[in-house]
Design a protein around this ligand. Structure first.
Ligand SMILES: NC(=O)c1ccc[n+]([C@@H]2O[C@H](COP(=O)([O-])OP(=O)(O)OC[C@H]3O[C@@H](n4cnc5c(N)ncnc54)[C@H](OP(=O)(O)O)[C@@H]3O)[C@@H](O)[C@H]2O)c1
Length: 197
């Protein structure tokens, strides 16, 4: 059955961007969050050009291979220049959630403006039996609050960014997590959790 997962690169103090992110510079001054995509000598089987350390390549490719559709928040979409290549994942189509409606930038994209439940439904259909990967801190918090997330992966980078956009925002209740796997690579710790219901 299709699962909803979210794996983002995050600082130890909980930021998924540095200061002053915006269109065309989605991480702001927090570019170090993505250094581990190119810090090794193992080519990714899924993402062309990524060269990871061996422990990172194993967990990154396992997760990336599961994704059949990506669901992104509107801010992630605009900060990535509306994904000029079509979508952030090489093979998975992109669904974007906003409160407003607008035309997609290209045919690999679908815009949903009717709420988080509809957006996850549309993304699950697009994923065709594979998993849905969420992108965006506001979006994943909304999905957690709605009880729609199955797994969280924190690719935790050993840096304190001090400011930026947060992975998690306020939630209406506690959500318990189970530890599925912890993988320590030389420059990032991969923390893989299941969301308890
Ligand atoms: N570190 C990483 O791995 C990583 C990965 C991806 C992205 N990023 C960065 O992280 C940042 C994410 O920004 P963010 O967390 O502030 O925003 P976000 O989650 O990407 O997008 C938030 C927007 O999505 C729409 N949205 C979210 N929930 C909604 C709901 N329930 N109903 C309707 N619309 C909803 C709204 O758009 P409207 O305002 O249009 O209504 C909202 O303003 C970006 O700067 C991006 O570049 C980092």
């Amino acid at each position: 059955m299709s699962k909803v997962i979210c794996g983002l690169a995050v600082s130890v103090d909980g930021y998924i961007t540095g200061r002053e992110p915006g269109p065309g510079h989605g991480l702001g001054d927090g570019g170090a969050l993505f250094d581990w995509y190119g810090s090794g000598d193992v080519p990714s089987r899924v993402f062309d050009g990524f060269r990871l350390t061996e422990p990172s390549a194993r967990i990154f490719d396992e997760l990336a291979s599961r994704v059949g559709a990506t669901l992104a928040g509107h801010t992630t979409y605009t900060d990535s220049n509306r994904f000029a290549e079509g979508a952030p994942h090489p093979t998975a189509p992109l669904v974007v959630l906003s409160r407003s409606d607008f035309p997609p930038a290209n045919p690999r994209q679908t815009i949903v403006s009717t709420g988080i439940d509809d957006a996850v439904d549309v993304a699950k259909r697009a994923a065709d039996g594979k998993d849905v990967g969420l992108m965006g801190g506001v979006l994943v918090t909304e999905a957690l609050a709605a009880g729609l997330v199955d797994e969280l992966i924190l690719h935790q980078v050993p840096i304190l960014l001090g400011a930026g956009r947060r992975f998690f925002h306020d939630l209406p209740r506690h959500i318990r997590l189970g530890i599925l796997e912890v993988v320590a690579a030389p420059d990032v710790t991969h923390l893989h959790y299941e969301v308890k219901r």
